[in-house]
Design a protein. Structure first.
Length: 129
């Protein structure tokens, strides 16, 4: 290899090095909003957790500047189970030992499979502290 080629490679490599941070940026460690961990079948919001079917999607609907958590669990046929952390509710409610109150809203589409309601009921029953 010629020195010129090595010099160009060195300059290119040194120019790219600032692109990757040496450590995790502080804004990643201190993002606003509720603490949430989502795995393939487990949702953990810190104040409550639950199990959901592995082929469902999790969509967090609340914004970072709110004091409550609202999350939708979406089945493949687009039917949903929406859970909202509330003070009081008229809908199906789960009251946890730690004082957290969760309102559950189940919405089935016209294309909902019969097992959707079984999965939705199992999801709501799995809510715990």
């Amino acid at each position: 290899m010629s020195r010129r080629y090595v010099a160009i490679l060195f300059l290119f490599a040194s120019a790219c090095s600032p692109l990757a941070p040496a450590k995790t940026p502080p804004q990643i460690q201190h993002t606003p909003g509720a603490f949430v961990t989502v795995s393939e079948t487990r949702f953990d919001a810190g104040v409550f957790q639950l199990d959901y079917p592995s082929n469902w999607r999790v969509v967090i609907l609340s914004t970072a500047d709110t004091n409550y958590l609202k999350v939708a669990f979406v089945a493949p046929d687009q039917s949903t189970v929406t859970l909202t952390q509330v003070e009081n509710a008229d809908k199906t409610v789960v009251r946890l030992d730690n004082g957290v109150v969760i309102a559950a809203e189940i919405n089935a589409t016209a294309a909902a499979v019969p097992s959707f309601f079984e999965h939705a009921e199992r999801l709501v029953k799995s809510i715990q502290t």
